[in-house]
Design a protein around this ligand. Structure first.
Ligand code: PAF
Length: 283
């Protein structure tokens, strides 16, 4: 496995792969867990045994709206590298911020429709940071395919839109969310939860499942469906605080009053300072 920390070094490594039939990129912010391992396995399936799986580890400062959140984001590069070795990653690109951004960088990619709700509304500038870094990583590694988890529904939609609108020559592959037995979606942030918060956070999934069940039984009112989910989350015994809980059209990511076509319920919930996200599709 090759590890690069600098752009030039990465370019050299990639040059040596010039004859490689297929490159697949897995962009991450590190602190890898089983969800990332699934992304790596999917990337390997797509790349084939002769292809290359490239994984980036970069805690991207431009997508954090609070310095404190950036500082507290968990980092575990040595462990990440050994997981990458174990799971057959070919190249890890783990640059420092200075290797990714020129001091006077002044170009940002901005998406203006799908980013207006959910995380885009509560974390101003977040998706500009995500789009910019993802486009840079794609430009640097020139993969045929880039793989992302579906836990961040809005991120996946925004990246697909960026690739479509800017004619970026890459296919975007979404991979299903991996969950603990309790239903809690795997996240690097889970390790910052206390045991009581960790147990309680399973209610996020229960809340979304309850709303989907009500919809499957014929309920279409957004207010009622959101109420069902809200009641479950707000029954938290450790003081979970809803950042957002919304029901949106799954294509436009705009609010709907009634579920008449494909929709997504998405939520972000604070457990203390730890913010967890999840979503569920209502067909
Ligand atoms: O989902 C993430 O981990 C990040 O937002 C990404 C896509 C790696 C960009 O920094």
């Amino acid at each position: 496995m090759k590890i690069s920390n600098q752009t030039e070094e990465l370019e050299q490594t990639l040059k040596a792969l010039d004859t490689c039939p297929m490159r697949v990129l897995v962009p991450t912010m590190g602190c890898l867990h089983q969800g990332h391992i699934e992304l790596i396995h999917r990337a390997r399936q797509l790349a084939g045994q002769d292809g290359s799986v490239i994984l980036s580890v970069f805690v991207n400062p431009t997508q954090f709206d609070k310095a404190e959140d950036l500082e507290n984001y968990p980092r575990s590069l040595e462990r990440d590298l050994s997981l990458c070795r174990e799971h057959g990653v070919d190249i890890v690109y783990a640059p420092a911020p200075a290797a990714m951004y020129h001091q006077d960088h002044s170009i940002t990619v901005s998406e203006s429709a799908l980013s207006s709700q959910l995380c885009g509304a509560t974390r101003p500038g977040h998706f500009d940071g995500v789009c910019t870094v993802v486009l840079k990583l794609i430009n640097l590694t020139q993969p045929a395919i880039a793989v992302f988890g579906k836990k961040d529904y809005q991120q996946l939609a925004v990246i697909r839109r960026m690739v479509r609108d800017l004619n970026v020559p890459v296919k975007i592959e979404g991979v299903d969310t991996i969950r603990e037995k309790s239903g809690l979606a795997l996240s690097s942030r889970n390790e910052r939860l206390s045991p009581a918060q960790h147990a309680d956070a399973a209610r996020i999934r229960r809340a979304l499942l309850a709303a989907r069940k009500a919809h499957q039984q014929g309920e279409v009112s957004a207010q009622t469906l959101l109420g069902i989910a809200r009641t479950e989350i707000e029954a938290s015994e450790v003081g979970a605080v809803i950042d957002y809980l919304e029901l949106l059209d799954s294509q436009t990511l705009q609010h709907i009053d009634r579920v008449n076509s494909a929709a997504v319920m998405a939520t972000a919930v604070f457990y203390g300072k730890v913010r967890l996200i999840d979503n569920i599709e209502l067909a």
